[in-house]
Design a protein around this ligand. Structure first.
Ligand SMILES: Nc1nc2c(ncn2[C@@H]2O[C@H](COP(=O)(O)OP(=O)(O)O)[C@@H](O)[C@H]2O)c(=O)[nH]1
Ligand SMILES: [Mg+2]
Length: 300
């Protein structure tokens, strides 16, 4: 990972990091320290199960390796966190067929539109032609926001009027991308659906529409979760998982949250890989999830 990106990640995770690393310094390894570590991990939203697993490992290994100083646990902690998190790492799949269609889901405010915009910018920089489908048709402002991101990123936008059928937008976006030979279609959806039945129906309709035009798609259905609510996003995510097949997640707003540890229970409990993490509001602030870099930034 390039240095500026790593620095950003490190700054972003600073609050979570200070909590965790702060407990280790100037301490002798004893039961009281393990209890403090346990508390601090729980506070960082690492979750009960993973916290137990981590603290048990620290107890056993520190004994085996005859460690004395709290600081010495840092390397052990890194080792264990990496072991856990490397199973959560998986790059975005663009598939074989053009255009690749990627569907973004998540509740209102989780960061879908921003993520779509950031990702569009990365794809355009890689020389891909990108289409944004404005399938959040609830508000005019949602369409305007995506249009702004289209301008900033250099992607083409397909939009209808507010209140239009999201599936109709998706149909136009995917079929036009197909006929023009575009590489990627990013579908921005609405998160404000009144009931689960409504959500299921809407998502199924969108997916059916995509399949009709491009039978191999979507390659990815990405759930966008707000990192600042930590583990609370798990229940939210379950509703979406019940509604449709989800292939991966993006965790946003990991800059400045003290709940960065939630990435562990989120990935483990949902059994879904983390594709990207959001570390700011800017166009550059989206990083492929890299377990090694994440752990290094967390436990510097
Ligand atoms: N700090 C920070 N803010 C973010 C991040 N991702 C999104 N946001 C902000 O979260 C708010 C909601 O994002 P938006 O993309 O509109 O969410 P949507 O309703 O799911 O489309 C906006 O103010 C974004 O700028 C991130 O990674 N870090
Ligand atoms: Mg939006």
């Amino acid at each position: 990972m390039i240095k500026s990106m790593f620095d950003k990640l490190k700054r972003g995770l600073g609050k979570t990091k200070n909590q965790i690393v702060g407990t280790l310094f100037g301490r002798t390894i004893d039961e009281e320290l393990f209890e403090d570590i346990e508390m601090v991990l729980l506070k960082a939203d690492v979750g009960v199960k993973a916290t137990e697993e981590i603290v048990d490992f620290l107890r056993k290994e520190s004994k085996k390796r005859k460690l004395k100083e709290g600081e010495e646990l840092k390397e052990l902690l890194k080792e264990k966190l990496y072991e856990i998190l490397k199973g959560c790492e998986e790059p975005l799949n663009l598939g074989e067929e053009k255009p690749a269609v990627i569907l973004f889901l998540g509740i209102n405010g989780s960061g879908k539109t921003t993520t779509v915009g950031k990702l569009a910018s990365q794809f355009v920089k890689d020389g891909k032609s990108v289409v944004l489908a404005a399938a959040d048709t609830f508000r005019a402002a949602a369409i305007d926001q995506l249009e702004e991101w289209a301008k900033r990123s250099g992607a083409r936008i397909v939009k209808h009027s507010p209140g239009a059928d999201p599936s109709a937008v998706v149909y136009d976006a995917v079929s036009s991308a197909k006929s023009r030979g575009d590489d990627v279609v990013l579908v921005d959806t609405a998160g404000r659906l009144h009931t689960k039945e409504h959500l299921i129906k809407e998502l199924q309709k969108i997916k059916k529409t995509i399949k009709k035009v491009a039978p191999e798609q979507p390659v990815e259905t990405i759930l966008v979760l707000d990192g600042t609510i930590g583990q609370n996003s798990i229940n939210q995510a379950k509703v979406f998982k019940e509604a449709t097949d989800v292939s991966g997640i993006v965790i946003t707003k990991l800059d400045g949250t003290a709940k960065g540890g939630a990435i562990i229970p989120i990935c483990k409990e949902l059994k879904l890989p983390v594709k990207y993490i959001g570390v700011g509001e800017g166009i550059e602030d989206l990083q492929p999830f890299d377990a090694k870099a994440f752990v290094d930034a967390l436990i510097d």
